[in-house]
Design a protein around this ligand. Sequence first.
Ligand code: HEM
Length: 187
Amino acid sequence: MKGMVFTEFLEMVEDQFGWEIAEDIVEESNLPSGGAYTAVGTYDYQEMVAMVVTLSKKTEVAIPDLLKAYGKHLFGRFNSLYGNFFEGVDGTFQFLSTIDQYIHVEVRKLYPEAELPKFEYEHPNDHTLIMIYSSKRPFADFAEGLLIGCIDHFGESVTIEREDLNAADGTEAKFTLVKVTESIAAD
Ligand code: HEM
């Protein structure tokens, strides 16, 4: 995974749990890279898994909750770092529909070694978007956090329902996003 995914993770840990914890998890996770991440480097995604496991043990926050919190945090950073992807986009569904065929395609041009998931989309009606996540990496929780971050960013009322696919190992999940409109809420 790209170094920025690691540097942003450690910044979130420092903000939320303090620098001592951030230092401890780097020291205690037996990281092949030693944990000296640079934004331009590329590192084994297993190092992220190792740090999340250590952080969970230390903080007693469950691993899925940590990955979701991280996804949510990172979405906010994407907004500052890659503002051009947000130009002219005025809603959650519009934005999310561009990830697979546009945003991640552009990311791959910038970083040919990036490890990106695949999304398939279904749009059964105006208020429902289905996204099927699949990856070689077990980051469905991280994806869910990014989705939550996106919904928060656009300030819309959208519910997420998740169904784990492929033996629920985190590499495949179906997310059904539903816009809560007033008429539905009143039902
Ligand atoms: C401006 C918006 C976005 C940008 C610039 C962006 C860019 C990136 C980058 C740079 C990576 C790391 C690649 C690597 O480590 O080698 C990544 C991974 C990932 N992205 Fe995006 N992304 C964006 C939005 C999203 C959103 C909204 C989702 C929602 C689900 C998403 C899902 C993921 C996931 C789950 C990964 C982890 C890799 C994996 O699961 O296999 N991304 N993205």
